[in-house]
Design a protein around this ligand. Structure first.
Ligand SMILES: Nc1ncnc2c1ncn2[C@@H]1O[C@H](COP(=O)(O)OP(=O)(O)O)[C@@H](O)[C@H]1O
Ligand SMILES: [Mg+2]
Length: 298
């Protein structure tokens, strides 16, 4: 397995165009003693699906803020190194341009919704861009459909469930046709069923639309079978960056405060016991686990 730093592209797809390029990025918030990010170098290619994991306070949110230019444009501190989004340096590009390229969905959807109807919320950023009315209607329709929330169009965002609100927040960003979608623990306030539905939608965006996704998330089991990369952070550094199975097989995730998906944990335990049952590949989900066990029995 490739540990972070042994190659800039991690488990990334070879030959694809780099949407994000980070070189030797360090950042310290104004008034803090410690650097929140320490010498981060990475590249994200078009179509990548990156899961960002690590214990609370390791720097996930700070890294995402750097990728859409909130840092250094809105947060003060010591910034060094370079972040390029679609080839544009975040220090030199106006934030409203960057936010169209790298759209960010936050933990709490209430901070992103404000209009009287779902449709108006999704249309708002497009109206701000001054796009023609037909284009706006077409984009809103497209985004609502991708998230499967066309039936919510006339509802007030404030009467929706947390999961529905989060889908509206994603739709309003998608409507801007970003090159990369950044999501910061989008399921943290959702119940398990809503979280699964949201993650299914995110997986579909990557699969069907080829959208580049970077998501920080605790619910690894739902994401890892679909992710192209698992990036693990610890105290401001990236400690693993490779395809999820390699990280699960070769890495020590517990040391970094990350719980393995249950199916992976049980399979590793079975392998350690050294009986006749052996998993050649560690399963990433219960479905994969069951499939493998069925294979043993057949
Ligand atoms: N706005 C801020 N001002 C000062 N320090 C911050 C701010 N946001 C985060 N930090 C600090 O930066 C470090 C990384 O935090 P964060 O990026 O939020 O981690 P994570 O998202 O992985 O929980 C932590 O030590 C945290 O206290
Ligand atoms: Mg965070």
């Amino acid at each position: 397995m490739r540990r972070a730093g042994e190659g800039a592209s991690g488990g990334s797809r070879l030959g694809a165009e780099a949407v994000i390029k980070v070189d030797n990025l360090s950042f310290r918030y104004l008034g803090s003693e410690d650097y929140a990010l320490k010498d981060i170098t990475l590249e994200v290619k078009r179509g990548d699906f990156v899961v960002l994991a690590g214990r609370s306070g390791c720097g996930k949110t700070t890294l995402l803020r750097c990728l859409n230019g909130l840092i250094p444009n809105f947060y003060e501190g010591d910034f060094s190194g370079r972040v390029l989004v679609c080839g544009m340096d975040t220090r030199e590009t106006p934030p409203h341009i960057l936010s169209q390229k790298a759209g960010m969905v936050f933990q709490n959807p209430d901070n992103q919704l404000f209009a009287l109807s779902v449709e108006a919320d999704v249309a708002f950023p497009l109206e701000n861009l001054g796009l023609p009315r037909e284009v706006i209607l077409e984009r809103v329709e497209w985004a609502l459909k991708l998230l499967g929330i066309e039936d919510l169009r006339d509802r007030s965002p404030f009467e929706l469930s947390g999961g529905q609100k989060q889908k509206v927040a994603i739709a309003s960003i998608l409507a801007m046709k970003p090159d990369v979608l950044l999501l910061d623990e989008p399921t943290s306030s959702l119940d398990p069923a809503s979280a699964k539905s949201l993650i299914d939608s995110i997986v579909e965006l990557n699969r069907r639309e080829g959208l580049t996704i970077i998501i920080s998330e605790h619910r690894l089991e739902l994401l890892l079978p679909h992710a192209s990369r698992l990036m693990v952070m610890d105290r401001g550094r990236i400690v693993y960056d490779s395809d999820p199975r390699s990280v699960l097989e070769g890495g020590d995730l517990l040391a970094y405060g990350i719980a393995l998906p249950r199916a992976s944990e049980v399979a590793r335990y079975v392998n350690l016991r050294g009986g006749c049952l052996r998993f050649e590949k560690i399963p990433l989900s219960v479905d994969e686990f069951v499939e493998r066990v069925r294979g043993f029995i057949a």
